[in-house]
Design a protein. Structure first.
Length: 130
């Protein structure tokens, strides 16, 4: 049964756990994200949010829960670019861990490549169709 009406209006954040928030902030800022929130909470924790300049959905760079290690994962986060070749070359020049090649599968799948953040989490870049 589907809900016909909901009070939910938008996707605001995706949490990506990281053991080193300062390193993660520096990485995402290098890619063009801006830190919009960095506040202490719950004693020894920090709540950090980064967003693309035009973005309304952010990434919360959260510490792992007490006693848990962060395991690198495929985040499911997809970022878009107008020029996949330029972005791929730019990430390579910045030393980002990126796929060696841009994937071109054809059909409805846009050109894309994967990259890893300092924790080893995987994100995807796709070329926005015109």
């Amino acid at each position: 049964m589907a809900i016909k009406e909901t009070a939910i209006r938008r996707l605001s954040l995706v949490c990506v756990p990281t053991p080193d928030q300062d390193r993660a902030i520096a990485f995402y800022e290098m890619l063009g994200f801006e830190k919009r929130t960095d506040a202490p909470y719950g004693g020894d924790y920090r709540w950090v949010e980064v967003y693309l300049p035009e973005g309304m959905t952010g990434i919360a760079l959260t510490p792992p829960p007490p006693g848990q290690e962060v395991v690198p994962t495929e985040t499911g986060i997809i970022l878009t670019t107008d020029d996949i070749e330029f972005t791929h070359a730019q990430f390579q020049s910045l030393g980002v861990d990126v796929d060696a090649e841009i994937s071109r599968m054809g059909g409805p799948v846009p050109p894309l490549f994967w990259f890893r953040d300092p924790t080893g989490h995987t994100l995807m870049i796709v070329e926005q169709s015109s």
